[in-house]
Structure formats: structure tokens, C-alpha cells
Design a protein around this ligand. Structure first.
Ligand code: SF4
Length: 201
């Protein structure tokens, strides 16, 4: 089966899913988008209002900033894969609780298996804590390469919504650190893209 077919099946399963209470408040599920052959996968926390309305990840204010961050190093959303830990919007944008994250985890793991990125970029503390299976702060880990499972690396970055709340560009500010991090992501991408283009055929 092709990756496109596998993602289609996964999308249908997500659309039917009522495994946690977040199903009650959703307008649309938000599975993910981008290249199914991307070497780098960005993973946020969960859909917000705009994402719930449109069914697309990272399209609200924070998402627009993520798009700009990618564009600052000449990367497009189509060259990476973008998704979230949970696929339905938590009410009032609260953090998805442990039970909701656990109920939804198999969908994210399936996406990781299908897209098979070498690098996963957890955006913010919630996504990073999910991957490390413990509560951690993004400030302690951003910009660090962390060996994860199946030969994959994590490269955590600040969530763009955190950058919206902290707009300073001073040296050492979250925005400044994010600029350093995205340049590193660009470097990873350049190192990996040949290998991934071969996979696409
Ligand atoms: S958040 Fe995930 S587990 Fe919960 S209903 Fe939506 S798809 Fe299912």
C-alpha cells in the first residue's frame, strides 16, 4: 500500500474516532498535512479554533507564524509534515489531558510510521513531554538533539504561540533562540532531503 493510501485509511479512522471526550466538541478532526515523504515532522499540541474550523493544522495565528518561521529558511509547509499530538480541539484551547493524549497516541505513532521522518520537532512542552513520556519544560530542551525511538531524533523547539506571547527579538529571547533552531532544522533538511527524495521515487 502507498503512503497516500495509508494516510487515507488513517484519516477515515480519525474521523470515526470517539475514543475520548474531545470528539464531543469538534467541528472537524485535524489529522495533518505536508509531504508524506518529509524528512522532518513538526508536532504541536492540538488543534485550535481555526484548525477545528478548517480541518487543517497550524493555520491560526500561531500557525501563520510557524509558516513564516519555515519560510525564513526557505522551507515550505509542503516540504515538511505538520500535525499534533491530539486530533480534536480541546475546549477553550486547554492542554489535552493525559487520558486524551493516550487515547490519541496510536494515530500519531501511525503517522510517524507512514511518513517515517528522521527528525521529529516537538513544538512546546506538551508535545515534548508526550515524546519523552514525562513532564518536561521546553526551555530545558529546545535546540537539543535527543535520540528517540527507531533511530529517530527529536529536535524540540518553542511552540509558535509562546513566541506570540514573547515578541522580543533580543539576543537570548525565545524568538532569537527559535531563529537559531530553525537554521539548524534547515541544515538537517539539506542533509536528509536526497535520501528522502529517493524514497519518494
Ligand atoms: S482527540 Fe484523538 S482519541 Fe480523542 S476523539 Fe479525537 S481522534 Fe479520537
Amino acid at each position: 500500500m502507498t503512503r497516500e493510501e495509508l494516510i487515507q485509511i488513517l484519516t477515515e479512522r480519525v474521523q470515526e474516532c470517539e475514543a475520548c471526550q474531545l470528539a464531543q466538541g469538534r467541528t472537524n478532526v485535524v489529522v495533518g498535512e505536508g509531504s508524506l515523504y518529509a524528512p522532518i515532522m513538526f508536532v504541536g499540541e492540538g488543534p485550535g479554533e481555526e484548525e477545528d474550523k478548517t480541518g487543517r493544522p497550524f493555520v491560526g495565528r500561531a500557525g501563520q507564524l510557524l509558516t513564516k518561521i519555515l519560510e525564513s529558511v526557505q522551507l515550505t509547509r509542503e516540504e515538511v509534515y505538520i500535525c499534533n499530538v491530539v486530533k480534536c480541539r480541546p475546549p477553550n484551547n486547554r492542554v489535552p489531558n493525559a487520558q486524551e493524549q493516550k487515547a490519541c497516541a496510536h494515530f500519531l505513532y501511525a503517522q510517524i510510521m507512514i511518513v517515517d521522518p528522521a527528525i521529529i520537532v516537538p513544538l512546546g512542552s506538551t508535545a515534548l513531554s508526550f515524546f519523552l513520556n514525562q513532564n518536561v519544560s521546553i526551555s530545558d530542551y529546545r535546540g537539543k538533539e535527543i535520540q528517540w525511538k527507531a533511530g529517530k531524533k527529536l529536535f524540540p523547539m518553542f511552540h509558535p504561540s509562546y513566541l506570540l506571547r514573547n515578541p522580543s527579538r533580543e539576543k537570548g529571547s525565545p524568538k532569537d533562540l527559535t531563529w537559531q533552531d530553525i537554521k539548524k532544522v534547515r541544515k538537517f533538511y539539506d542533509e536528509l532531503k536526497g535520501r528522502y527524495q529517493d524514497a519518494k521515487g
